[in-house]
Design a protein around this ligand. Structure first.
Ligand code: HEM
Length: 135
C-alpha cells in the first residue's frame, strides 16, 4: 500500500507532456520559421530582420498554451494574441500561407494522430481569429 501523502499525487498529464514537452514545440516553431524565412507572402509581414526572437515567442506561447511552463506570460504579459496581430495586414492569403507552413511543421513533428489532429484543429481556429483584413 502506498504511504505517499496526497499532496504528491501525480497531476494528470498535460497535453504539453503528452506530446513530448519542450523539444516538440522547439521543433514545430523552428520548422515553421524556416518556412517563413523564405515565404514571399509571410516574410514581408515580419518587422524584424532576425526571425529568431519571433521563433522564440512562438515556441514559448505554444508551450504555455498547451499546459507547459508560463515563460511566455512572464516575457510578454497578458495582452491577447489577436490584439498583438492587429498591426499586421493579415488577409486570407496571409492566413493560408501561415496555415500551410504550420501544417508542414505539425505534420513533421510525428505526433500520434489524435494529438496531431487536436493541435491542427486549434491552429485553424487561431488562424481564423488572427485574420485582421478581408480579401
Ligand atoms: C494568420 C496568419 C498569421 C500571420 C500572418 C501572423 C504574423 C505574425 C507576425 C508578423 C508577428 C510578429 C512577429 C513577432 O514579433 O513575434 C506575429 C507574432 C506572433 N504570432 Fe502570429 N501570425 C498569424 C497567426 C498566428 C497564429 C494562428 C498564432 C497562434 C499560435 C500566432 C502566434 C503568434 C505569436 C505567439 C506571436 C508573438 C506575439 C508577441 O508576443 O508579441 N500567430 N505573428
Amino acid at each position: 500500500m502506498s504511504t505517499e501523502p496526497s499532496e504528491v499525487r501525480p497531476q494528470p498529464q498535460t497535453f504539453y507532456d503528452a506530446v513530448g514537452g519542450e523539444p516538440t514545440f522547439r521543433r514545430i516553431a523552428a520548422r515553421f520559421y524556416e518556412q517563413v524565412a523564405v515565404d514571399e507572402v509571410l516574410r514581408p509581414l515580419y518587422p524584424e530582420g532576425d526571425l529568431e526572437p519571433a521563433e522564440e515567442r512562438m515556441r514559448l506561447f505554444l508551450m504555455q498554451f498547451w499546459g507547459g511552463p508560463t515563460a511566455y506570460r512572464e516575457l510578454r504579459g497578458e495582452t491577447g494574441l489577436a490584439a498583438r496581430h492587429t498591426r499586421f495586414k493579415i488577409n486570407r492569403t496571409a492566413r493560408d500561407a501561415w496555415l500551410r507552413a504550420m501544417r508542414v511543421a505539425v505534420d513533421e513533428a510525428d505526433l500520434p494522430e489524435a494529438y496531431r489532429a487536436e493541435m491542427w484543429e486549434r491552429f485553424e481556429i487561431f488562424a481564423y481569429n488572427m485574420t485582421t483584413h478581408a480579401g
